[in-house]
Write a protein that binds this ligand. Structure first.
Ligand code: GMT
Length: 394
């Protein structure tokens, strides 16, 4: 198949999922075309079977807000026509599904079919999509998509509840490549640099996010401060975003700045995650919690909040520990208890990896997307939604 993928290319779970999906599809022999304003950060630019098409956005002085969604629609239609794409797969509904809808109509006017699949990821439904400025058009584009998938049952239910969507939504969970995200043995750990990040006998806690308010990075620092009182420990904060400086100030105020490594944005998190003993994910909301899945695949249990789709991923007490939002004392107590009970800790590490392999491994989930594409392509194959007929250049 020739598949166009659009996503937010910067650091963020939906972009990560879209990029990893593109890589997996290309490895399986499909031709993948990313269409976005910059190259997704996990791509090298030289990946076999993957092409990248930048969306140029004119910054004409009249535009206080350059219309990216229109430029994206034009580029989607062009790329589809030049490369004979079979379908588009857009990640995060706003504005990508609206642009895809326009591209589909532009090509239909030329007698060419371009179905599109929208994958819902999180705040496109639970936050941004609920904003009255976006809600009607987001609802329309979801409803009009040729296929809609959601990354969790929770998000599917929220989409139906908030948007009144009547068309079917298929749940295709996020996934992890268990051969890329895997635990490493002690010797490799030392070579990989754990020695630089922690002293022997210290526990390493890790948090990975885009440091937006929903991630509650200050709770991460507070939990860590309580843990570090009881257990020799260090915290790796991976990522960057609006709440980073608040977190840095808090670390100074709590006198633990020297035990926290602010590592900024990192490309190869699969090399960092196995260095950790525990992950902290105290978010206000997660529709899935991809970072926790990546950690589980590396045998790193997660201390998380019982929100959104997280309980679909983490079995409380078995593959991680779940708490109420903001209950930093309980999260710290849970982390300390686990670090002090080696048998329970080891069992949880093993169970996490097993769950990742048995339920969320890319080998299992990516074929579900491929089957879904085939289903969409086979549904009403003659439909091109022609309104007018246009020939010549797009
Ligand atoms: O909704 C967002 O915050 C954006 C999105 C992203 O691009 O980072 O995150 C969502 O999608 C991820 C990948 O599917 C999920 O793992 C995250 O749980 C989800 N974030 C939220 O629901 C807050």
């Amino acid at each position: 198949m020739r598949i166009g993928i659009t996503c937010y290319p910067t650091y963020g779970g939906s972009g990560v999922v879209a990029t990893e999906l593109g890589i997996e599809l290309a490895n399986l022999g499909h031709e993948v075309h990313f269409i976005s304003y910059s190259q997704p950060f996990r791509l090298s630019g030289r990946d076999e079977g993957i092409h990248y098409h930048e969306v140029p956005v004119s910054n004409y002085p009249l535009f206080e807000f350059p219309p990216y969604d229109l430029a994206l629609a034009s580029r989607m239609a062009e790329v589809a026509e030049f490369n004979d794409l079979d379908l588009l797969h857009v990640h995060y509904a706003i504005p990508h599904s609206v642009s895809a809808l326009l591209a589909r109509q532009m090509l239909a006017a030329r007698g060419r079919r371009l179905p599109f699949v929208t994958t819902l990821h999180g705040t496109d439904i639970t936050l941004v999509g609920l904003d009255r400025s976006y809600l009607p058009i987001t609802r329309y584009a979801i409803q009009e998509s040729d296929g809609v998938t959601s990354i969790s049952d929770y998000l599917k239910a929220e989409t139906v509840r908030h948007f009144g969507i009547s068309r079917p939504i298929d749940v295709v969970t996020n996934f992890v490549n268990c051969d890329v995200y895997m635990p490493v043995r002690e010797e490799s750990l030392r070579q990989a640099g754990r020695g630089r990040l922690a002293h022997p006998g210290e526990a390493i806690l890790i948090h990975l996010s885009n440091f937006r308010p929903v991630k509650r990075v200050t709770d991460v620092v507070k939990v860590f401060a309580l843990v570090a009182r009881e257990v020799p420990a260090r915290l790796l904060l991976v990522g960057d975003g609006p709440d980073r400086s608040t977190a840095e100030w808090l670390a100074c105020d709590l006198g633990i700045h020297d035990r926290i490594h602010f590592m900024g944005k990192q490309d190869r998190v699969n090399e960092l995650l196995p260095l950790a003993d525990l992950m902290l994910m105290p978010s206000t909301l997660e529709s899935f919690g991809l970072a926790a899945l990546e950690a589980m695949a590396c045998k790193v249990p997660c201390i998380a909040t019982r929100v959104g789709g997280v309980p679909e991923l983490i079995d409380d007490g078995v593959t991680g520990l779940l708490y109420s939002v903001g209950d930093v004392e309980a999260m710290a107590a849970g982390a300390i208890g686990l670090l002090k009970d080696r048998d329970r800790f080891e069992a949880m590490r093993d169970q996490g990896r097993k769950t990742a392999q048995e339920r969320f491994c890319s080998d299992l989930v990516v074929p579900r997307y491929i089957n879904y594409y085939e289903y969409v392509l086979n549904a009403n194959p003659a439909a091109v939604h022609p309104h007018v007929s246009v020939h010549g250049e797009l």
